[in-house]
Design a protein around this ligand. Sequence first.
Ligand code: ADP
Ligand code: ZN
Length: 707
Amino acid sequence: MDDTALDYLQSTFGYAEFRLQQREIIDTLIDSNDALVLMPTGGGKSLCYQIPSLVRAGTGIIISPLIALMHDQVTALQQLGIKAAYLNSTLDAATARQIQSDLINGHLDMLYVAPERLNTSGFINCLRQTNISLFAIDEAHCVSQWGHDFRPDYIKLSLLHEQFPDTPRIALTATADEKTRTEIKHRLALENAKEFISSFDRPNICYRIVEAQSNAKTSLLRFIQNEHENDSGIVYCLSRKKVEAIAAWLTEKGFTALPYHAGLTAQVRETNQQRFLNDDAIIIVATIAFGMGIDKPDVRFVAHLNLPKSMEAYYQETGRAGRDGQPANAWMSYGLQDVITLKQMMATSTAEEKYKRVEQQKLEAMLGFTEIINCRRQSLLNYFDEILDEPCGNCDNCITPAETWDATVAAQKALSCVHRTGQRFGVTYLIDVLIGKSTERIQQFGHDALKVYGIGKEYDAKQWRAIFRQLISRNLLAVDFEGHGSLRLTEQCRSVLRGDVSLFLRKESKSAKSSRKGRKTYNTDSASKNKLWEALRVCRKRLAEENDVPPFVIFHDATLSEMMERQPATRAQFLKLNGVGESKLEKYADAFLIVICDHINNNETDSSDTVNESLLLFRSGLDADAIAAQRNLKTTTIYSHLASCIEQGELKLDDVISLEQQEINIIHETLLSVNDDNRKLKPAYDALDGIYDYNILRCVQAAVLPA
Ligand code: ADP
Ligand code: ZN
């Protein structure tokens, strides 16, 4: 079988191989069959319709509900040299007409449209005159009335099948549950579609939950400072007030932190969102209103300062981190007050009884998740009916196993304290009684005369708060209905009180650090790598501004990381990087190659030890490749060492490279003719049509034109 699909993947998109089910999905469409695709965020859904659109004759029509994203997606495709356009309400009539005529005339590979377009007879007529390769229905869960993203226009998409029965369709979503899936199949007439259901695991996300110490804000700051100093991230808070306060505080600490909530004007929200997309290292502090339609691939962390109210919400919100597959952190701080607030909200909810029960169960699951001591990922996936056989190794509980302690006696003390004081008091008061504080209120109620007064002196107030939190989370204590925060006993607590069961609680105050931290922790010559990383980012930013696109449209972090690791010296090497296809090679390779080359040159001046080490190995008979392998450095780095030895007279040029004298002369002349004092090699490299790679040029330059 000829492999046009793989050709497109490699030469247009610049990726080496297909992920998981991409191949099969693409083949299904190429063979004119329908597909239903469930894949998590960042799984790589877009390629599943983009590649068949290119392989099949005609234009791929992509229906997407997120107008804000169409522009970005189309720009990204154009960067790859693909003829893509979009049609939505933001275009003026003349532009829209032009695009429709391009469509009919077969000038487009792909067209993105908003769903409401398909409900106009004008556009349907236009489609009838078009050669269509496929229909892709993105965010297909919008067809489901059960979910919360329901879009009435989606219902009518069933007409695609009626009007274009021979055109293959693919529906895609990251919403997994059975009910939604059934509804999609039914409403879009996809009963015969082949189903592709991927794992919903997001292995690059490290899940961590820390107990809120006295000040959650400080732990957040420490987390960002230690691990995400120059990264983009999202901080979620429950209230607008808190959003404003945290944004201000982070700004004060030197970060660029922008607020986002429904109380800001549409214009401010838009501006802040755009900055988040287009600039590096912006932190958005937001209520959960922020996120839908945010397609930024390089969000390195999502932090929660409040507990989400369900596992679904937690998965969705944390899922906005690391779409590019690079390491990312999902960090959450929570404490006793969160538990009480949420329990109160449930207790006082005015929702219908049956919804209330569902909400309650969801909250219980979320609370349980925060307290577990085994693998978070296993538990999270299990909630979505997916089994992960082994603990993941990339969550706080896997990295620093939680310890437990037998808290049966402590729990009994806490529970009897609730009981003896009449189930009318909140946590602070109860703790005062347990540790035997003498307050006016305690005396007033005569609680200093109780047997439980002062029986809990072995723990301090902070420890007691952790104990109470876990008792509430585990439903051994309940929060009152009136919303005053007083605690009462539950049916479940009796077996603990009677001593029938032992209770093990997690030990607090461990501080788990992510195993795969940010870029700052490369262990080999990390300072120098950091410099290169920053230089590459600056280069990307400049190109982004010149081209008026977000930086990630130029290259993703993953591609930049690879550049840093492999330090390509030639265009051929550059093309091997993941994410570099022919179009981007043409546009951007030179700019980045210069940055890398300069970096290598600069690095050598202050590193005589490392040069000497290479020299010794060279004299012992190893060639540059072998030295590179032995020293775990790049070959280009070794050549730059050898070049400086040539310059110092330690080595002769023909010790290092074998060239005819005639060739050396040509290179010499070229270097002279393009020389502009700053000893850049690129002009000579270009003038020589890339025949001699940078390693050779560097050595010749060292020999014939020492600095
Ligand atoms: P989704 O729409 O499922 O959230 P995307 O289609 O945006 O995900 O893909 C997520 C990221 O993964 C993008 O940066 C995309 O370029 C990258 N990607 C997709 N497929 C591959 C592949 N086969 N090899 C490498 N990167 C890929
Ligand atoms: Zn784990």
